[in-house]
Write a protein that binds this ligand. Structure first.
Ligand code: PBG
Length: 334
């Protein structure tokens, strides 16, 4: 760092903060609709919009309504949606067969979206938790999460997702070696352009609670995910996992949760020259929306500030349940 500024009164920092035109001229970052990926929950059936009590303001959409809301997001300029299924318990099993059913909910939804809105990016999660009667991201045997056996299922799951037209696959399962095997299998099957956005720095976190309710897995899950997700006390380990995922063929990486983990966003952006995203997760959404609801925060101000913080930390973009609201606000502002 150069320390070249003059002393007071020759230097007055407030000259460059005096009014909005000069602040705009010297701004280092800004937020636009291009920074947003919108995660959406999908449910079986027709003409359904189910509110999710743990995520006030967020709904599960049946595929027909998903198309409507995704079209309107696309019109607002949102570039990509990430789909998460609510799976009825009769389709869940210990072997997670539904994960690689080409006609499962997210694959059907992806085919429809890619047909009707070909220029909207679609991202799907590669992980078993929505389909697992035991609630974990991997197969379970005698209370252990099996790594290599899970990989076999993830390979099949990711291939049917690519076949459905998913543009981005997001391995969020945290099994060792998954990016390598998914990438090899995609290449082998001629899916050369499928993007992998790996959940590389994904921590075992208390901030995921509302999400698990939203996909209907909280009732299934026994224990925690600490044997595969990262320990939030560790920094170097997260960087190592990013390096490995990149070596294995990830195109972009993610930090998750978001706001409490900005130190890693900054370090990953500075260390690896790849697009880096943060996931402002369900617990962060719940905190902020409760604060907005009870008047602690001004909605638009707080939302733009949080996204700005991710940009300042170096991120290319953010997965956020607020994406639609933010896109609407940005549109009215401009
Ligand atoms: C699971 C997955 C989770 C989220 C995205 N994919 C939860 C978990 O790991 O238990 C969390 C997203 C959120 O909390 O918003 N593979």
């Amino acid at each position: 760092m150069f320390n070249y500024s003059a002393d007071f009164p020759f230097h007055r920092g407030r000259r460059l903060r005096k009014n909005s035109w000069i602040r705009d001229l010297v701004t280092e970052n800004y937020v636009s609709v291009n920074d947003l990926i919108w995660p959406i929950f999908v449910v079986e059936g027709e003409n359904k919009i189910e509110p999710i009590s743990e995520l006030p303001g967020i709904n599960r959409y049946s595929i027909d309504n998903l198309l409507k809301i995704a079209s309107s997001a696309f019109e607002l300029g949102i570039k990509c949606v990430a789909l998460f299924p609510y799976t009825p318990s009769k389709l869940k099993s210990e072997k997670c067969e539904e994960a690689y059913n080409p006609d499962n909910l997210v694959n059907k939804a992806t085919r429809l979206l890619k047909k009707e809105l070909p220029d909207l990016g679609v991202m799907l999660d590669v992980a078993l938790d929505p389909y697992n009667s035991l609630g974990h991201d991997g197969l379970v045997k005698k209370n252990k999460i099996l790594n290599d056996e899970t990989l076999e299922v993830l390979i099949k799951q990711s291939l049917v997702q690519a076949e459905s037209g998913a543009d981005i696959l997001g391995p969020s399962d945290m099994m060792d070696g998954r990016v390598k095997l998914i990438r090899e299998n995609l290449e082998k099957n001629n899916f050369k352009d499928t993007i992998i956005l790996s959940y590389s720095a994904k921590f075992s976190s208390g901030f995921y609670g509302p999400f698990r309710a939203a996909i209907g897995s909280s009732g299934n899950l026994k224990g925690d995910k600490k044997s595969y997700q990262l320990n939030y006390l560790n920094y170097k380990e997260a960087l190592k996992d990013v390096a490995l995922d990149l070596k294995e063929g990830a195109d972009m990486v993610m930090v998750k949760p978001g706001m409490p983990y900005l130190d890693l966003c900054r370090q990953i952006c500075d260390t690896f020259n790849v697009p880096t995203f943060a996931y402002q997760v369900s617990g962060e959404y719940a905190m902020l929306s409760n604060g907005i609801k009870n008047g602690t925060f001004d909605k638009n101000q707080i939302l733009i500030e949080t996204i700005s913080c991710f940009k300042r930390a170096g991120c290319n973009g953010v997965l956020t349940y607020f994406a639609y609201e933010i896109a609407k606000f940005l549109k009215t502002e401009n």
